[in-house]
Structures are given as structure tokens and as C-alpha cells.
Design a protein around this ligand. Sequence first.
Ligand code: SAM
Length: 269
Amino acid sequence: MRTASRTAEHVALFRALETRRRDRLFADTYATRFLPARYRWLVRAAAVPPVGHGIARLIDHLHPDGPRMSAIARTRLIDDLLADAEPEQVLILGAGYDSRAHRLPRIPTTYEVDHPATQEAKRRLVADTPHVHYIAADLNDENLADVLTKAGFPSRCTAVVWEGVTNYLTDAAVDRTLRDLTKTTAPGSTVILTYVDRAALRADTTWHRTVADVGEPWTFGLHPAEVGDYLTERGLDLVGDLSTRDAAIRYHRSDPAADFYRIAWAVVG
Ligand SMILES: C[S@@+](CC[C@H](N)C(=O)[O-])C[C@H]1O[C@@H](n2cnc3c(N)ncnc32)[C@H](O)[C@@H]1O
């Protein structure tokens, strides 16, 4: 990746559109600032409720696997999981245009790790605040433990958010990063990660084609039946694992969301 992540932009668009709805699952008032002009006008138009619903329906029609609702459902579920975790600090891996450090009330000190190109773009658009620490790293090439140690990351009870990222990494990078998380955070820390069902990794949907077209093809997935053992081998105890379709249902939304896109959460043993 030589330029800022385009898929991070897509997620910000979905969050900005969601924020305009009356029945929104969250309000992300930061999302619009990360968008290019061609998306901003869509968000402005979505302020009129029937237009907003029409735009959502059109996106869902063009992408019937439900990337929009999958992003919305996972965002809300992760917000809820973070609130339940009551961590001493938050670590966001592949933070993209995640604005939790700014929009969630009472969020503690937050460390955002991201690919240098995306992080640079984000930092141009968000004012520095003392409770947010930025760490630039390519997780495919760099060891998270080394990067965190160099940045003075304290080994406290942490909530780790790894949302929408593992599917862009190598098998080795996901393996190494999970092992590093158990080394660098305190026991009892929570790790929330999303992953794609390996069975759907090579499917040929408009979603798969869109991410490949912007230079961010999916490269990593897990079999849901094996996630518990996979995490145990890396020092984590699985607590929950939900598809984004089930997460959408949990929040009473019937818009299409993918069953192959999943959110797992675990505790450092
Ligand atoms: C789909 S975006 C998700 C962003 C954010 N987590 C969210 O949910 O809004 C994917 C993110 O993964 C990051 N990413 C992709 N490859 C990476 C790598 N090799 N090292 C670090 N970050 C990477 C991108 O920079 C981008 O921020």
C-alpha cells in the first residue's frame, strides 16, 4: 500500500451515511471529514431521510453481500464491547478513519497503529490531542511488540480493536501480531478482531472485486469452527464470535449484512 487506504474511506462513507439516519446505531460526526468530494455530496444529500434510505438501498443493491451494513453492525458491536471491557487503555490496530478516540465518551488513553500512508492522511485531518498516541507501522513487515515497546506502550489492561484489517494481512503477520498482543498487554485484556470466513476468501462478489480494484485484495481468513483453537494457541481465550449478519439482527436491522464477515472477541489468558 503506497497511498492511504481506500477501503478505510469506504468504511468512513458508510459511517457518515449511518450518522445521518434517524434510526442510527451510532453517531460518527468525524467520518465525513475523511471523505473525498465525490462522497461528501452523497452524505449531504442523505440528510433528507428518503434520499438517505435511497442511497443505502442503492449501495446494498450494487453490493448484495452487504458491506455497508456489515461495517455498521460491526462498528456498533465493537462500541458496545469496548464499553463492557472498561479498559485502562485502548489499542487500535489498522485504525484507518476510526474516530472512537474522539467520539466515545470517557475513552481512556488510546494508541492508534496504522500503515504510515493511512495514518499520515488521517493526522492531516484530526487535531492532535494528548490522549491519542499515533504509531506508524506496516504490520506485514514489522513486529508489533517491537513497535509498541519503542513507543513506550505500557503493559496495562488493554482493549485491542483490530477491525477490518486481518483480511488485508499475511497469515504470518496475523499470527505474529496476536502472539505479540499477548506479550505486550496485561492478562485479562480484551482483543476484538474481525475476520473473513476462509471459505469465502476467494468468492467473486462485487465486494471482493471492489477491494481488489482499489489495490487491497483480501489475503487472510479463518474457518469459524477453528477460531477458538487458533486463538488458544496464541494465548487468547475466545469469548464470542458473531457474523455481521447476526450482529445486524441483534440491533434490529434487516438490511443485508454478510455472514462470512465476522467479529470475534477474546481475553488474554
Ligand atoms: C478497511 S480499513 C479499516 C480501518 C478501521 N479499522 C475501521 O474499521 O474503520 C483497513 C485498514 O487496515 C490498514 N492496513 C492495511 N494493511 C496494513 C498493514 N500492512 N499494516 C498496517 N495497517 C494496514 C489500512 O491502513 C486501513 O487503515
